[in-house]
Design a protein around this ligand. Structure first.
Ligand SMILES: [Zn+2]
Ligand SMILES: [Zn+2]
Length: 305
């Protein structure tokens, strides 16, 4: 495979359209800080992001030293990439190191705390994640800078989802709706974040057994994402969740059509780890949905009895 930057061989695919060497991709990451390819719009491969952000962090550390603001930002990027690639324990260590070093700029601390809470939640440490965020939110409320407002919405969404997991419905409802109201009051809200919040609200309804509301929430989320997101794989993955919700409310033929369209789209996304992981489950659910009803048989031969 030819590297899109140095044009030499032995590169690996980072997205649907391009292959890179890790060192070449690191330069791209340092220069543009993108997580998504501007050409094919797919998210960059998680292991490529891990390797490149690790290299960027090591280089910055060597040049600026451990306490410099730029090093802190690179460390945060690397820890986030590790968390997204499922390397929770290593990500947790790095986030904790950042937090313990009282970093500058200040937003690095807040983002690290939110992302650490996410890793704790994903690892099942729900109470620790909740306590971290319950302490962080009042601090963000006192901070006047714009980043604090954005980070507070992020923390509220996560806190809501933690309360859903803890089955603490009143708290879950409080935080999730506080978060969606803040998003909707903001003209420049990021559609992807609005959709993430709506997905958590849909999970809340689902956990409470209100499948009709869950389904409706997923439907709105799909419409928002489809009108904004150029990455068709993200839209297809959300459509799978909507199709699941449709099965639960009994609209089976719509759900089957939705599964088919999403599977057709994801099948072509071989370099997208989320797409690859979602495929077997989606195929199984579709097969379950369209399998013919069991034939009613009467015993007609001695073997049938
Ligand atoms: Zn290269
Ligand atoms: Zn691409």
């Amino acid at each position: 495979m030819t590297c899109a930057i140095c044009l030499e061989d032995d590169a690996v695919h980072a997205c649907e359209c391009s292959a890179f060497h890790v060192r070449c991709f690191t330069n791209l990451l340092l220069r543009f800080g993108r997580y998504q390819c501007p050409t094919c719009h797919s998210l960059y491969d998680r292991s490529m992001m891990c390797a490149a952000s690790g290299l960027a962090y090591t280089r910055t550390l060597g040049i600026f030293g451990p306490t410099h603001g730029t090093t802190m930002v690179r460390k945060l990027e690397h820890a986030t990439a590790l968390a997204k690639a499922g390397q929770g324990p290593r990500a947790k260590e790095l986030f904790q190191e950042i937090i313990d070093s009282s970093p500058n700029p200040e937003w690095v601390l807040a983002v690290s705390e939110v992302e650490l809470a996410r890793v704790l939640k994903d690892g099942g440490e729900l109470a620790a994640a909740r306590d971290l965020l319950e302490k962080l939110v009042p601090r963000l409320l006192r901070e006047k800078a714009r980043w604090a407002w954005h980070e507070r919405i992020e923390a509220s969404t996560l806190l809501g989802s933690i309360y859903v997991a803890l089955k603490s419905w009143v708290d879950a409802e409080h935080w999730l709706f506080l978060s969606i109201d803040s998003h909707l009051a903001n003209d420049t809200a990021c559609p992807q974040k609005v959709v993430n919040c709506m997905e958590e609200i849909a999970r809340f309804y689902r956990a409470r057994g209100d499948n009709a509301l869950a389904c409706e929430t997923y439907r709105v989320a799909v419409n928002i994402l489809a009108s904004d997101e150029a990455d068709v794989a993200r839209v297809a993955l959300l459509n799978l969740k909507l199709a699941n919700a449709e099965v639960l409310v009994g609209v089976r033929s719509e759900a089957a059509a939705r599964f088919r369209t999403a599977i057709r789209c994801l099948r072509r996304r071989k370099h997208d780890a989320d797409a690859r992981e979602a495929m077997p489950g989606a195929r199984r659910q579709l097969a379950e949905l369209i399998k013919p009803a069991k034939r009613l048989r009467r015993p007609t031969s001695p073997e049938d009895v």
